[in-house]
Structures are given as C-alpha cells and as structure tokens.
Ligand binder design. Structure first.
Ligand SMILES: Nc1ncnc2c1ncn2[C@@H]1O[C@H](COP(=O)(O)OP(=O)(O)OP(=O)(O)O)[C@@H](O)[C@H]1O
Ligand code: SF4
Ligand SMILES: [Mg+2]
Length: 324
C-alpha cells in the first residue's frame, strides 16, 4: 500500500464542547489506484484528508489516535521538517476553490515556477519553461502567453487546471483532491475530472477523490469509502457498491442520484439530518435515520463486518440490505 490510514481519531476542542470529527477511520490507496470518499457534509472527509496531509488546524484540532503510514513510514511520528519534505514531494492536494488557494499577486508562471526553484533548485529561466510545459500538460490553451497572467484572469475551470498543474509539478506519489470540481459548471466539471483521471493513470499516482458527486465516481474510482459521522460505514470496489449497497446509508446516497431516465420523479433523499458530532447517537450512529433500524442498532455499535475479502460494511443487517 502506498498510503494506509489506520484507526485515525481526530477531535476539535471548542468552547461548546468536543466535536468528534473522525472516529476510527481506516482506508488505503495503492499506486495507480483511485479511492473515492463519499458522505454528507460534516462526515469528516476533509478532516481525515487534512490529517493525512499534515495541514490540520491544531488547535482546535487534535489527533487522538491512529497511524498514517505513507511509503512505509508513519507520518504522525515524523518531525515537522521531515513531514514538510514528504508533503512537498510525496503528496499534494487539490482544493475546491483555486482562487483562495492560489496567490492573487503572483503570476501563474511564477507560482508554478516556484515549485521548481524552491524544491528543485532550478534557475528562473528553466523553471519558467517547466511552468509552460505543465500548463500544456493540463491543456491550458496558449500556455506560453498566459504564463504571465494572474489567477483572476483565468476562468474557474482553467484555474482548477492550474491547481492540478501545481499538484503535479513535483510528480507526487499521492494526490488528494477535495471536491476539485464542485465550484464549476457541470460541463466544465466533467472535463476537469477527465483530465485529472487521465493524468492519474499516466503518472500512476494514488488518488483520493473526495466528492459529493456519485455520478463521477462510477467512471473514475476503483474503490469507494463511505463516511458517516467520522466513520467508514462501507468500503468496497466501486462496481460492487453500484450492484448492491451493503449499508442502508450507501443505499440512500445512491438513491438520491438524479437519473436521466427518471426525469420528473421525485428524488429519494435520506430523511433527517447528520448527527451533532458533540453527541453522536449511541449504537449505530445512523439509527435515527435508518429505515432498517431495530433495537440492537440503538445499543450496539456495528463493527466493520467482512462482506467479502475486499468489502466491509458497518451494518448489523448488511445481508438484508443487499437482498432488499
Ligand atoms: N477548524 C475546525 N474547528 C472546529 N471544528 C471543525 C473544524 N474543522 C472541522 N470541524 C468539525 O469537523 C466536522 C467534519 O468536517 P469536515 O470538513 O471533515 O467535513 P466534510 O465531510 O469534509 O464535509 P463537506 O462535505 O461539507 O466538505 C465538522 O462538521 C466540524 O464539526
Ligand atoms: S446497524 Fe441498524 S441502524 Fe445501523 S445501518 Fe444497519 S440497520 Fe441501520
Ligand atoms: Mg470537506
């Protein structure tokens, strides 16, 4: 495994109390593999990614347990300067909002070039050539001219491409993309996602793709991890999940995808709201919203049951869910 997160726990200490944002997450990704992480807002997708990248806000955040093993080393046990080296060269992150991640007062050429002058000790001239090359790679038209422009002079889709170029610059082994296309128009979303998937294959990178969009997942992901209240509730190869979800929450997510052949029909939505992370329901955290819930669900927290050697579900009644 390129990256293996094991039993990760993260809390936020705030004036109102302790929010248990990540409660024993384990997932892994191999070189050349794409893991999609799904789940409603607040389920802990980004916080888990931030802990992996080493960019968590500490405080108020606090990692209270677990390991993040990357290329054989537990990153949580490295000193900050070693950690920074891994972050620079080994892994990179792409965020939803390029405009707030890119520096507004530096040209994109200077920002891309900095990756090479700072991390690779290249001359400014060589770094500029590399910047143009990268802009070509992410298919920004007229790269040679546009390299001098500033982030606000690019469209949203082009800015996301620049972010992808920044992330690729040092040829990392792992990229974490946190809702990389959410802020874009639907057609542009598809183009940017296709580009990312293509580059991921070509560079044989591991990719963790955090997304709300189940539509894109089927095309680009190898595996899916579904998060609820800071836990993985189902983890499986993508095709298994689409064939028959083994967790009622996954089923709810799948049934809320708009389908072209069902135009006009009302969308199924999971009833109720995600739990308050300061008082997560006992037993199965999903029980107040679950159509299959019964007494045992209110008292006994389900472990991740083995559904198959490559698949797990944290539901006492996963068999019933699959047969339904
Ligand atoms: N800086 C912070 N301070 C306090 N609490 C935080 C902070 N960041 C995250 N949290 C807590 O962690 C929870 C999980 O946040 P996270 O950003 O991981 O959700 P997410 O699954 O990425 O949601 P979204 O789909 O909206 O991006 C939040 O609901 C919040 O309670
Ligand atoms: S354990 Fe019970 S409440 Fe939780 S998902 Fe399964 S059936 Fe629903
Ligand atoms: Mg998020």
């Amino acid at each position: 495994m390129l990256l293996e997160v094991r039993d990760l726990h993260v809390e936020f200490h705030t004036r109102d109390g302790v929010a248990k944002a990540v409660n024993g997450v384990s997932y892994g990704v191999d070189a050349g593999e794409t893991l999609a992480v799904l789940g409603e807002s607040g389920s802990g997708k980004s916080v888990t990614a931030q802990a992996v990248m080493g960019i968590l806000d500490i405080p108020p955040g606090r990692i209270t347990g677990g390991e993040v093993v990357f290329q054989g080393r537990d990153l949580l046990r490295l000193k900050e300067d070693e950690r920074r080296r891994v972050r620079g060269a080994g892994m990179a992150m792409i965020f939803q909002d390029a405009l707030s991640s890119l520096n507004p007062v530096l040209s994109v050429g200077d920002q891309l070039g900095e990756m090479f002058t700072v991390h690779r000790g290249m001359s400014r001239k060589d770094a500029r050539a590399k910047a143009v090359e990268l802009m070509d790679r992410v298919r920004i038209p007229a790269a040679r001219e546009r390299v001098k422009q500033y982030p606000h002079q690019f469209s949203g889709g082009m800015r996301q491409r620049i972010m992808i170029a920044m992330a690729l610059a040092l040829e990392p082994a792992l990229i974490i993309a946190d809702e990389p296309t959410t802020a874009l128009d639907v057609t542009v979303q598809a183009q940017v996602m296709e580009l990312l998937a293509e580059l991921q294959r070509e560079y044989r990178m591991g990719l963790i793709l955090i997304t709300h969009d189940l539509g894109v997942v089927a095309d680009v992901a190898d595996r899916i991890a579904v998060m609820y209240a800071g836990r993985i509730v189902e983890s499986a190869p993508v095709h298994d999940i689409y064939k028959a979800p083994a967790h009622p929450y996954t089923r709810g997510l799948l049934e809320s995808i708009p389908r072209l052949d069902q135009k006009g029909q009302e969308l199924y939505a999971i009833k109720g709201l995600p739990p308050n992370l300061m008082s997560i329901p006992p037993g199965c955290a999903f029980h107040p919203r679950c159509p299959l819930a019964r007494d045992v669900c209110r008292t006994d927290e389900p472990p991740l049951y083995e559904v198959s050697p490559t698949r797990g579900s944290a539901c006492h009644f996963w068999r019933e869910c699959m047969d339904d």
